[in-house]
Design a protein around this ligand. Structure first.
Ligand code: GTP
Ligand code: MG
Length: 434
């Protein structure tokens, strides 16, 4: 079951706005009461003139007669350009068939690189925002998908970035509206947690994305409503120093608070320290690309697969939605070298949860999961069903009682077999729990 409640966020936001407007509302109310008192004192019967009884003809001046009636009452209408009946829709299409129409916004340089990775996969509702031109220029995307605010950067100071973003809320809203078009299902905000621009700007962009979703009806209020804004946030490596570490703490406090209020889902936390552990020899040139590709490709895989039927077991959009609506989530992918023993698949699933570049999260705190197996037809012809079942059961045991595991089995074009998992409803990493 999704453990988030977007209404919590909406009512807190409403309470905040009401507190702000309270003194104004008090003054307005007093004025209204005074006006009502004045009009009560001056109540006069209204002269409605002669009312004809039904069937009785009444004399009205003729419209043609001398034109005086027409001339006296005709309104002089100036030429006003009349808009078309239907305003033209702003439709943007991705270059592939997926279950979700994701709209992605990258904030700061790291966030923009993650967003660009989605762009390279064929996503077309992609926007990037920065406070420094030199960080926007190297991102290989059309100029109209880029927004520069401020101009002098934020110099690793999230407080400065937050101020700039707050001052440009309307510009950001217009820009996202234009870049995402009228139709999308979910927004993903991407940012590095330890810098200035992404760290300070992301929570403002999350709020603006909610405003956009509400205005387009993507998010609704009321019972059972779920937030449609999620985020991918990158934690720094240890070597990046104290300033970056304290910025990260600030960003994570904000982001996790939004997640706890049910206003941010799914939340994916990438850990740049783990890239070094999992790919120790990675050259500098490939470092960010590898990290960004691995997380975006997993999003993409689940998005594509849930739009496809399988002759074995289909995994559909409703299954994926339960994970995307569950708050903090993690992904994993493990190729299987052998699959003839019942424990082969379950072992792969356990590895899958450890060997990921996402932050260390305790899978036993999760309450929902998806597990998709993609194998060549040769493998699926040989693989005993019970070995698969054993693997799926393992995942159910890891998550604990009351959890749900959605399954999918698909035949793929590549040789061998890969197990993909997505687990949701997880607790925050220990270092950010207090
Ligand atoms: N995963 C990932 N993390 C990145 C990438 N680039 C930077 N980061 C991380 O994001 C953090 C913030 O760096 P930037 O994104 O360059 O900073 P910024 O948001 O542009 O902020 P300022 O330049 O200080 O205004 C860094 O500490 C890195 O840990 C990237 O391409 N991928
Ligand atoms: Mg920057």
């Amino acid at each position: 079951m999704p453990n988030t409640d977007y209404n919590q966020y909406v009512s807190r936001k409403k309470a905040f706005v009401e507190t702000k407007n309270f003194s104004m509302a008090g003054r307005e109310l007093a004025k209204l009461k005074e006006l009502r008192k004045m009009s009560d004192e001056n109540v006069q019967p209204v002269d409605v003139g002669e009312v004809p009884t039904p069937g009785e003809t009444i004399e009205t001046p003729s419209v043609e007669a001398g034109g005086s009636f027409v001339d006296d009452y005709a309104v002089d209408v100036p030429d006003i350009p009349i808009p078309d009946d239907e305003p033209e829709g702003n439709s943007i299409e991705d270059e592939f068939e997926g279950a979700y129409k994701f709209a992605v916004v990258g904030v700061g340089q790291g966030g923009s690189r993650i967003a660009q990775t989605f762009w390279n996969l064929g996503y077309r509702r992609v926007a990037i925002i920065n406070t420094a031109k030199q960080d926007l220029d190297p991102i290989d995307m059309p100029t109209e998908n880029k927004l520069l605010i401020g101009g002098d950067g934020a110099g690793k100071k999230p407080e400065i970035a937050e101020e700039i973003f707050n001052a440009h809320r309307e510009d950001i809203l217009d820009f996202l509206k234009r870049t995402f078009g009228d139709e999308f299902d979910r927004v993903l905000v991407c940012a590095g947690a330890g810098g200035g621009t992404g760290a300070g700007g992301c929570s403002v962009v999350i709020e603006v994305a909610h405003d956009l979703c509400e205005s387009l009806g993507v998010e609704t209020r009321g019972e059972g409503s779920v937030a449609k804004v999620g985020a991918i946030v990158a934690l720094p490596s240890k070597a990046e120093g104290n300033r970056v570490a304290s910025n990260t703490k600030r960003t994570m406090d904000k982001v996790l608070n939004l997640k706890n209020l049910g206003a941010l889902t799914p939340l994916v936390i990438l850990d740049n320290e783990k890239i070094k552990q999992i790919y120790p020899k990675l050259p500098v040139r490939k470092f960010w690309g590898t990290s960004n590709s691995s997380v975006c490709a997993l999003f993409h895989l689940f998005n594509r697969i849930s739009a496809q039927e399988s002759v074995y077991t289909s995994f559909d959009k409703a299954d994926l939605e339960t994970v995307f609506a569950s708050g903090l989530i993690t992904f994993g992918a493990t190729p299987l070298k052998k699959w003839d023993q019942p424990t082969d698949v379950s072992q792969a699933i356990r590895d899958n949860l450890k060997r990921t570049i996402l932050a260390n999260l305790d899978p036993s705190t999760g309450n929902i999961a998806s597990c998709v197996v993609i194998g060549s037809t040769e493998v699926l012809d040989e693989l005993p069903q019970e070995n698969l079942e054993y693997g799926f059961e393992q995942l159910t045991r890891i998550l604990g009682s009351g959890s749900t595991v959605h399954r999918g089995v698909y035949s793929g074009s590549k040789p061998g077999m890969i197990v993909y998992t997505a687990i949701g409803g997880l607790d925050a990493p220990k270092e950010f729990l207090d």
